[in-house]
Design a protein around this ligand. Structure first.
Ligand SMILES: [Zn+2]
Length: 583
């Protein structure tokens, strides 16, 4: 591609609407995408090249895993969604429309029903199973708040695959094959990711997992082991149980102090001039078993800088539901909201859980159960003794950085993640609803067992930029860069331009995707644009080096340039590109 002929509409300034998310800002600024409406984007030539490369990698790995590509329509009659009840369940995120005969239609947000209907009409016998069908298709969801460019939009490109097996064991095998294919995709796209169990956080035997791409702008909070493969969503994360050995008493007496109008941990800590970790945060929850239960009150105490993990809390309480208690529910129990503490609790409070991390702490600031007052130098050991059967020390805090891995004991770290892929075994959820059966070897009718597997293809493009950019622009990995090399002569005519032309044509002949920057611009402008675009390799043809029969080669992610022989430049560059793509 000759730069003078290229449609690369870069922007001089950062677009005002895209300050927060690097990928949004850089993809707009470097001319990869343009917004047409809220959450709707055009892919310009550079953007489409990247999208197509991610698509190709996904397609290759799906094909390698034995899946077969189909193309299902984006425009769908409502009947199938009505059959499974999702016509109503999807609510306002479904784009609904009518044809001229006033029939209901929608745009596909996902395709379980359509593909299941296809398989229902074809598969009759166990001999036709297993099958794994996939497509790479635009999806539509009417997000209330589309934002962050390609990370959350209303039209986006997805790869969705669906496996159909004769039994659970077969479905688990299909799931395992997809897990491996996804690992290959994420590695080849050049992403730093973790496989996060979405259900329990327990290791092994899982039937659902998210491929989380680590990025500061991610919406999901995940906990990752610094040593082993353990990774989980913060809500589901577990850690090694706390030691509850007592710390030494401060020697100062437990004392009630006035803290007028100081209710939050931050206010109290600032007022008493202690760190938040020297305070205890109280929580009040209602919990119960059945949905109709009135529920009972449980008080929780965790270190001031921690928060309660409601999943862990429900587990400790043996409850099917927990929710924060309302102020009036606390009042009814005789507890003073904002000043809740473990001492002098009315008999109406029968469940008090103290987080294991502070169960042995001897010198804490805690609510006094008296409006406008806290207790200083409080001992949680004494508090638990006094509570007797009402009190229990157990792990109820949200796991975070510094906790220890339950599997290997190494330190856990906290990250933000972007969900780039999701795999799970659906079981017979859809095949039951849609009556999709096959005859087994004995002639018995059985339900087909399904799995489904998604990758956000357009989201992966943005995620790669989230992970790989600097102050000057994008830093593409070779595997998905729109072009591999940009050839930059420092003059638009004469010997430098001639050498650049020659190199450009040799590279193209060798299958290297190259841009020739033939613009009559200052070197500084050319270098700035090459960096903004993020092309992995830049070859500079300058007067001095050319006279010595050399060219300057600089990798986008390297600090310095190196000199290479003009004579063998094309071969060297082609070999480097090939090696980088192979990873
Ligand atoms: Zn570990």
């Amino acid at each position: 591609m000759r730069y003078t002929r290229a449609f690369f509409p870069t922007l001089r300034e950062d677009p005002a609407e895209a300050k927060k998310t690097p990928s949004h800002r850089l993809l707009l600024r470097a001319g990869y995408i343009r917004q047409v409406g809220a959450g709707i984007y055009e892919f310009l030539p550079l953007g489409l090249r990247v999208l197509r490369k991610v698509e190709s990698i996904v397609r290759e790995e799906m094909d390698r895993a034995g899946a077969q590509e189909v193309s299902l329509p984006a425009l769908l009659p409502a009947d199938l969604f009505k059959e499974t009840g999702r016509w109503d369940l999807f609510g306002s995120t479904l784009f609904r429309l009518h044809d001229q005969k006033k029939n209901d239609y929608h745009l596909g947000p996902t395709h379980e029903e359509v593909i299941t209907d296809l398989v229902r009409s074809v598969v009759k016998s166990y001999r036709q199973l297993p099958i794994n069908l996939y497509q790479i298709q635009w999806k539509y969801r009417d997000e209330a708040r589309p934002r962050a460019g390609l990370l959350r939009c209303r039209e986006f490109l997805m790869k969705d695959a669906y496996s159909f097996d004769a039994d659970e064991a077969g479905a688990l095998k299909s799931y395992a094959a997809m897990r491996e294919a996804y690992k290959a995709v994420f590695r080849r796209v050049g992403l730093d990711y973790r496989i996060v169990s979405a259900d329990s956080g327990a290791m092994g035997g899982s039937t659902s997992a998210e491929f989380q791409i680590l990025a500061e702008t991610g919406e999901d909070a995940i906990v990752v082991c610094s040593n082993c493969d353990y990774a989980a969503n913060v809500e589901a994360a577990v850690a090694r149980r706390s030691e509850t050995s007592a710390s030494a008493p401060s020697g100062q007496r437990h004392k009630m102090v006035a803290t007028p109008d100081k209710k939050t941990i931050e206010e109290v800590a600032a007022f008493l001039k202690v760190e938040t970790r020297a305070t205890v945060k109280a929580g009040a929850f209602m919990f119960g078993k059945g949905p109709g239960d009135a529920g009972a009150l449980a008080l929780t105490f965790v270190r001031g800088d921690r928060r309660v993990n409601e999943v862990a809390l429900a587990r400790e309480l043996g409850a099917n539901w927990v929710r924060m208690a309302e102020d009036h529910e606390l009042e009814k129990a005789g507890v003073v909201a904002g000043y809740v503490g473990p001492f002098e609790l009315p008999a109406s409070v029968s469940v008090v859980l103290v987080d294991g991390e502070i169960a042995g702490a001897q010198d804490m600031v805690i609510g006094a159960n008296k409006a406008g007052h806290h207790v200083t130098h409080a001992s949680m050991v004494v508090a638990l003794e006094k509570l007797g059967a009402r009190g229990k020390a157990c792990d109820i805090r949200a796991v975070g950085a510094g906790d220890l891995c339950a599997s290997c004991g190494a330190a856990l770290q906290e990250f933000k993640g972007i969900e780039g892929g999701h795999i799970f075994v659906l079981g017979t959820h859809y095949t039951k609803k849609m009556n999709v059966t096959f005859l087994d070897e004995k002639g018995t009718e059985n339900l087909i067992v399904m799995g489904c597997y998604g990758i956000g293809v357009s989201r992966l493009v943005a995620s790669a930029v989230e992970q790989r950019h600097d102050g000057d622009g994008i830093v593409w990995p070779m595997s998905i860069a729109p072009y591999h090399v940009i050839v930059t002569p420092l003059a638009a005519d004469g010997p430098m331009m001639e050498a650049a032309e020659k190199l450009y044509h040799s590279l193209v002949a060798m299958g290297v995707e190259a841009i020739l920057d033939d613009r009559d611009e200052r070197p500084g402008v050319k270098f700035k644009d090459a960096d903004l675009l993020g092309i992995p390799l830049r070859v500079t043809v300058g007067k001095k080096s050319l006279e010595q029969g050399k060219l300057e080669l600089k990798a986008r992610n390297a600090k310095d340039a190196e000199l290479i022989e003009l004579e063998t430049a094309a071969e060297q560059i082609a070999a480097r590109v090939k090696a980088a793509i192979a990873g």
